[in-house]
Design a protein around this ligand. Structure first.
Ligand code: BDR
Ligand code: CA
Length: 306
């Protein structure tokens, strides 16, 4: 039986590729996409998610729009910078509407009604998931694994101090970490920067399908931005952060997990949004490394199916 998955994302280019990957895989049943603010306003992330699903012929998968702002920011908290990408993905306008039901309500109702647990994959700000937990603390029982793209360990001092998904809504991240999910897996920047995709690999993806060509365009745009960062050391390559969460669900050897404890800096502290991740003991399973060639092979094989 395929594993039931709900993707909670702020679609942007890397979330878009995560959606494609999740929809392509026979091991996964992408039940719904719930949109949250982050890379862009929630109206755009919902609309972008619809566009991606149309592109891959999966207009049947519903998209729900959720929170458009952090759950409980302190007065004067800096606003998110958003993404340098255009708000609207360069894809044809969607043919299906975003559902009228609010994403958080849908998540809570679905959890209550489900006899079968589902896997929840947040790849945007954690505002929807924190709101679902606040609305019904027993929500966590319906989730067999929560796989969060977020946080940063940064042993070498080359990665951003603050990862965007946690940094956008640290109070939400804290609430989610403390909610009591049975299995909480975190895929931080340290892992996603180990699984970068190169310009040459984009040329290969471009040939496999229309979705592959769109993914290649998106990754090439990302490479233009990322290649200037110290972490890329001049390489023409970029991480596709969110897609690594889905790769982990399909093949557990793509990332290396270690037990860790995670602390999030919240409130009006100058380090607001930072994560202190102590590897060795703790309840969170954190991806500390990733296998770039396995990740690319999976992406390649999956996009060829679309
Ligand atoms: C994360 O932040 C978002 O901008 C990306 O889509 C990704 O989920 C990376 O820090
Ligand atoms: Ca994202």
């Amino acid at each position: 039986m395929p594993r039931r998955v709900v993707l909670d994302c702020d679609t942007g280019t890397d979330d878009a590729i995560a959606i494609m990957l999740a929809a392509a895989r026979p091991e996964l049943d992408l039940v719904a996409v719930t949109a949250v603010w982050g890379n862009h306003a929630v109206e755009h992330t919902a609309d972008n998610s619809r566009r991606v699903l149309d592109l891959i012929g999966r207009g049947d998968i519903p998209v729900y729009a959720g929170r458009g702002a952090p759950v409980d920011p302190p007065k004067g908290a800096p606003a998110s910078k958003g993404s340098p990408e255009a708000d609207v993905l360069p894809l044809p306008p969607p043919t299906q509407q975003v559902e009228s039901r609010d994403a958080v309500e849908w998540l809570v109702e679905t959890a209550r009604a489900s006899t079968q647990r589902f896997t929840l994959v947040p790849t945007g700000s954690l505002s929807n998931v924190a709101s679902a937990v606040a609305a019904d603390p027993s929500f966590v029982e319906a989730v067999d694994e929560l796989v969060v793209m977020g946080g940063v360990i940064d042993r070498d001092g080359l990665l951003p101090d603050i990862e965007t998904n946690v940094g956008n809504d640290p109070e939400a991240a804290l609430r989610v970490l403390d909610a009591g999910f049975d299995r909480l897996t975190m895929v931080p920047l340290d892992a996603t920067y180990r699984a970068t995709v190169t310009v040459e690999q984009c040329a290969t993806l471009r040939t496999v399908s229309r979705a592959g060509a769109v993914a290649a365009d998106f990754i090439e745009q990302r490479i233009e931005r990322y290649r200037r960062l110290p972490a890329m050391a001049g390489r023409a390559a970029a991480p596709v952060h969110d897609a690594l969460t889905i790769a982990h669900l399909v093949d557990s050897t793509v990332v290396t997990l270690q037990r860790a404890s995670v602390r999030v800096h919240t409130g009006d502290s100058p380090t607001r949004g930072r994560t202190d991740i102590t590897v060795g003991t703790g309840d969170v399973r954190v991806a500390v490394d990733a296998d770039a060639s396995r990740f690319f092979d999976l992406l390649h094989e999956s996009l060829a199916q679309l």
